[in-house]
Design a protein. Structure first.
Ligand code: AMP
Ligand code: ZN
Length: 494
């Protein structure tokens, strides 16, 4: 059963500025590339929002029975600003700060990234390539651009020649709608300009100064690749010269994605991507979440409660539910109230999942399940509109309540259809997990262990050491370790 054949999926394409009916290049198979994290520090919650939007898009495409090759790279090398200053290489800078090798920085934060995504129940991409693993491809691409007259060498660095590209009528700036004069004004003051023919030219390969420890040999001397080049090299290698979907946060439109388009078109004479998708920003206190301004929270700080912004810890499920209540193209402001409201909503949804199991089907249906089901699909088919989908899922919660108190009925087949659809959208497509019972059980365990600690204290006060030891040892056998400290006894679960 190929569900996609019955659906008319529309995707908002940043390139055309319109919602377009999705037509994959190959029938039933999709290539999707999403710019991954730059692993020089921990990902913040804003990064998680962007990756989560694509996780749900990926999940929905899989649900429709598309075969998806989902490539999300790891940026672990490359200067990320357009100047050649070694101080601006974030990996080198961070490695000095932490007194670690640059590749230790890369490993540390790649591991952290995957851990965070596991906590938030992400599906892994099908390929997760790294920039350092594709240096040869990047050198080859640079050489090809030189050979085709789209790039030039200067002082051991190689730059993309934007003027040459435009002279061939290829229109640099089509995604961000910027004109050359504007670009000129914005890039005038950067270092490295002396080497360039024009200020808007961007680096494909950068010569490494002796202090630059992340370096590779190339036909132009020791150096390192430009940031934009890695995504063109890896997307072309794994998805082809033109592929279906390319995603990332809105802030990547310019210059990163603009440069990817230019590199792809210059190399292959075709537009590299059919649908450009950009997610909007997560804000906190009304300001964009970002490492550089200090206005950020780490995902695990929100989950553990170790922060000064939120009044309590929030399970990753609640964060996921909160994020998906906004459309991926809308700004989302995270706040304590928003998280509390999401927790309530999520618990209502899980309560309904539980109650639905207890409903007995009848001979006839008094609810229109096929209409409701269509509305759920229509929401996701309209540019993956998760907030509208969630509104329909709450209509489903209302159905469950009516079924539970006997004021509505479902036939056996409608019941199965409703239950399957309800659960598939919640768990498989939105990627939520039923942790409500787990959380309740955790509360109970906590209560029971605290009770045993009190009984042990009582036994010790009565000098009944056999009993106090018995309690401690039996708990230890269960993997619960008691720790006696100044402020009383605490416990940890292994
Ligand atoms: P970076 O590691 O900086 O390359 O960012 C990884 C991804 O997170 C990119 O797609 C960015 O566009 C995205 N991103 C960065 N800040 C935010 C934010 N505040 N909200 C949503 N996405 C963001
Ligand atoms: Zn990229």
């Amino acid at each position: 059963m190929h569900l996609y054949k019955n659906q008319s999926l529309k995707i908002y394409n940043s390139l055309s500025g319109e919602k377009e009916v999705f037509k994959p290049i190959h029938d039933g198979a999709i290539g999707m590339y999403v710019c991954g994290p730059t692993v020089y520090s921990n990902v913040h919650l804003g990064n998680v929002r962007t990756f989560m939007s694509f996780d749900v898009i990926y999940r929905y495409l899989l649900h429709l029975d598309y075969k998806v090759r989902y490539v999300r790279n790891i940026t672990d090398a490359g200067h990320l600003t357009d100047d050649g200053n070694v101080e601006n290489d974030r990996f080198v800078k961070q490695s000095k700060l932490e007194k670690l090798e640059p590749m230790e920085i890369v490993q540390k934060y790649s591991v952290d990234f995957r851990k965070v995504l596991d906590h938030f129940n992400f599906l892994p991409p099908t390929i997760e390539p790294t920039a350092t693993g594709h240096i040869i491809e990047q050198i080859e691409l640079t050489q090809k651009l030189i050979d085709l007259g789209f790039a030039y060498e200067s002082n051991g660095s190689v730059y993309f020649d934007v003027a040459a590209y435009n002279e061939k009528g290829l229109n640099y700036g089509e995604l961000s709608n910027r004109n050359i004069e504007e670009l000129f004004a914005n890039t005038r003051d950067l270092d490295g300009q002396a080497e360039k023919k024009n200020p808007q030219d961007f680096a494909l390969w950068k010569s490494a100064s002796p202090a630059h420890i992340m370096r590779w040999n190339s036909p132009w001397g020791d150096g390192f690749p430009g940031w934009h080049l890695e995504c063109t090299a890896m997307s072309t290698k794994y998805l082809g010269e033109t592929f279906d979907i390319h995603g990332g946060g809105m802030d990547l439109k310019f210059p990163h994605h603009e440069c990817e388009i230019a590199q792809g078109k210059a190399c292959n004479n075709v537009s590299p991507v059919n649908y450009w998708m950009h997610t909007n920003m997560l804000t906190m206190n009304g300001l964009r979440m970002s490492k550089s301004t200090g206005n950020y929270i780490l995902p695990m700080e929100l989950v553990s409660g170790q922060n000064t912004f939120f009044e309590k810890p929030f399970h990753p499920n609640i964060v996921r539910f909160c994020f998906l209540q906004a459309h991926y193209r809308s700004v989302l402001d995270i706040s304590n109230d928003a998280m509390l409201a999401s927790e309530k909503g999520f618990n209502r949804l899980m309560e309904a999942v539980k109650n639905l199991n207890e409903v007995t089907p009848q001979n006839q249906s008094s609810l229109d399940i096929s209409k409701w089901k269509k509305e759920c699909y229509d929401a996701m088919n309209d540019d993956f509109n998760s907030p509208i989908l969630i509104a329909h899922l709450f209509e489903g919660v209302r159905f469950v309540n009516l079924l539970k108190d006997g004021s509505a009925t479902l036939s056996a087949s409608d019941y199965t259809d409703f239950k399957t659809t309800f659960e598939t959208f919640i768990f498989d497509i939105l990627g939520l997990q039923n942790t409500k019972d787990n959380a309740e059980n955790a509360d109970k365990v906590q209560g029971l262990v605290n009770m045993l600690i009190e009984m042990r204290n009582l036994a010790r006060a009565n000098k009944d050491f056999a009993m106090s030891d018995l309690i401690r040892n039996q708990l230890l056998e269960l993997g619960i370790q008691l720790k006696d400290g100044k402020e009383g006894t605490s416990f940890s679960i292994q």
